[in-house]
Each structure stands twice: as structure tokens, then as C-alpha cells.
Design a protein around this ligand. Sequence first.
Ligand code: NAP
Length: 423
Amino acid sequence: MSAKIAIIGSGPSGFYAADTFAKKMPDCKIDIIDRLHTPFGLVRAGVAPDHQGTKNITRQFERTMQNDAVRFIGNVEIGRDMSYDELKDLYDIVFLAIGAATDRKLGIAGEDLDGVYGSAAFVGWYNGHPDFVDLAPKLGPHGVAIIGNGNVAIDIVRVLAKNADEMEGSDLCVHAEERIRRANVSDFYMIGRRGAAHAAFTPSEANELGHLQDCHPVILNDDLSEAPTDDDPKSLKNKEKNLEILRGLKDQDRADKAKTLHMQFWAKPVAILGDTAVTGLRLERTKLDQGRVVGTGETFDIAVSCVISAIGYETQPFDGLPMNAGIVKNNDGVVESGVYVSGWAKHGPQGTIPTNRKESMEMAKRAMDDFAGASDKIGPKGLDKLLSDRGVHSVDFANWKVIEQREEQAARDGRVREKIVSF
Ligand code: NAP
């Protein structure tokens, strides 16, 4: 009998593993289990609503679901509906693709004020993640500061700064779109604790900042002359390209753009100001000292009503899962005998969908190599019984297709779907 496999998490890492198992191990049984009613993880709830090209990756995942060996089981949460031990008892291979869904903390004064949000919550809010639809972020009356110089920070700037026409063809949720338009924020601050030559964002995302119809980017505290360095040639090339793009932005004519993106380099947040709600952000100028970012002691304040930290994520563990510094404790992806981890839960929140694809496929192959070849586990039948005994109402892929159809039918003009945000 071939392996019974549980994949926890239905984002790209989970689906690429499922595809590999299904193709390479005929007769295996694969259950993709997700705590949400909807599949596709970050593709649905993380990728920006105006990046539908990236979201189209789900077509590949649909093909994986055409294999009879693969089931999607939504609305089942490990740690709530069943334990980690029960999971291991039922399946030969447990493949954790649970991502990193919790915001890292800034660890500065004022972080609990009204108007401070982590990017997981904020991005989840505009993308219709059920956990965050009620966030109702306080966006005005002053500016919005976004901490971090990664692609998530750029996504947030774009979604907040684009007008309704620029969002044509997106799936920005109506609750978010209405709030963003009402707030009509005019000033965005993107805060990098290092310089432009060190920024984590990638060229195509940086380039989009130069094409916003209503928002003019201004580069502060960096003359863009520093030559980037990087041991990885691809990263070095990206950094050089970033600088070229930023130099182009610096020379751009403001025209009649009413909004401003202040790209503030060499500054780190030291305190969020306000009594109960955010009124400002205190920044300290920074420099590099033997490769480390250090404060210079010189501080300055900016008036903002909202602070969004886009500084990375940690994995949310369930009971019994060994953790280490925000990721699942693992040895090259092996958590314990028969349990594997891949993607952001394995190495932290780095890498794009294609890089995580390669890694998930390799981890799945490793799991198959380790499998002894004879299964003595109950697998899917045991899961069905356990869920039924506990009255857990799971969602299958056919149920999801109904949800998807309803979302597409409910789309407003110029939008591709209106997500159902509570179940
Ligand atoms: P990221 O790329 O790691 O960027 C995090 C940023 O936060 C960095 O600029 C980092 O600065 C800064 N930071 C960290 N701790 C900080 C602190 N305490 N104070 C101030 N700044 C701090 O993370 P991300 O933007 O969340 O993206 C996660 C991954 O998803 C990345 O691999 C990204 O490329 C990918 N992604 C891709 C796309 C896309 O392809 N379109 C879109 C979204 C996300 P330092 O560099 O100084 O550490």
C-alpha cells in the first residue's frame, strides 16, 4: 500500500508538494488540510489584489486537484479540530506547509496604540482574510507610515495610493476599497532602516512606484550613489537595477499628482507617538557600523495617523509543534520521523512562489525517499471518521468551486470577484 499523506496548508508550498507526491507516487492518498474554508493560502490572502497575473498560478493547482488521489479539506484546524499527534497517527507522511502568518513585532513604545497594524493583518484585511475583515484600520486624517523596504511594503503603498481606475481588474474587497477611498490619504512614508542600495524589494515592484497616476515618489536621505554589494549575483543585479529605477524616480516630474510617497532611507522607528491613537512616528537616523545598522542618536518626527509594519512574519505553531526563532524547528526540512516542513515555516518569510516551488518539490521527494514503502496508517478514512465524530463541517474542493462561482458572480464592475469574507 502506498503512502497516506497529509499536507497542512493549501498555499503554493502545499500544492507544489501535492503535485509532486501525486505524480511520483502512484496510489498514494493526499489530503490537503487548511484551517480556512478557501484554498490557496497567500495566493488568495497575501498576493496583492492588483497582481492578478501572480494569482493565476491557481490554475496549476486546479490541475493538481483533478487527480483523484488529492482531496482539499478546508475548515479543519490542527490544534482546534484535531491534534498534531492524531495527525501523525493517521498519516505516513505529514507535510507542513503552514507558512508564516503572524506579524513580527517592532518592539518599540506605542506599538499598542490604535492605528498600528502588522502587514499580515493589514494585507489580510484588504484581501478579505476572514481573520482580519473587521480590522477597520484608522487611515487618516494624516499620513500612513509603512515600516520596511520589502515587496510587502510596496504592495501596501500601491494598494493605498492607486485610484479606482488603477484597480481595474483587481479583486480588492469592497470593504477595503470604500475605506481607502473615504480616507483619501495624501502622504505615504516608506521607512527603510538602510539605504536604497540595500533595499529588499525587487526591481519590478520598485518600477511600479513610478507609474502611480496620483502619487509622486520622493527619495529622502539617499543620493543613490552607493554601489551595492552582494555575494549572490542575482541579488546584486536586482539591487543595481533597483538603484537605476530609483534614480529614474528621482528625476520624475511631479506633474499634478496630489499624493506623495516619501521614501525615507536610513531611518529606523524608535517610538510611535500618541495617547490612545497614533499621531506620529519618531524616527532615528541610522548608519552602517561594520555591516550592522546603528542609530546615530539624531531623531525626527513625522505626523501620521497610521503605522503599518511590513518587517516580516513568524509561523503560528499549533500545540506540540517544535519551534525555533519563529519557524518550525527542523533539520533541512525534517521535523521528526515522517514529518517534513517546507516554505516560510521552514526557513522564514523569504522567497517568491517560484523559489518555494523548487524547495517544496525537493522536500516532497525527500519524504518519498524516506518512506519505507508499506503503509499501516488509516489516512483519509480515519480523518473522515474523526471529523464526523467531532461534528466538524469540513469543506471540499467542490464546495470551494461553488464559493468561487458565487464570488465571480458578485464581482463589481471592473473587479474580477467579490470575495466572501465570512463563513
Ligand atoms: P522582506 O523582503 O524581508 O523585507 C522586510 C523589510 O523590513 C526589510 O526592508 C527589513 O530591513 C525591514 N525590517 C525588518 N525588521 C525591521 C525593524 N525592526 N525595523 C525596521 N525595518 C525592519 O519581507 P516582506 O516584504 O515581508 O516580504 C516577504 C517575502 O515575500 C520576500 O521574499 C518578498 O520578496 C516576497 N514578496 C514578493 C512579492 C512579489 O514578488 N511581488 C510581493 C510580496 C512579498 P533590512 O533589510 O534592513 O533587514
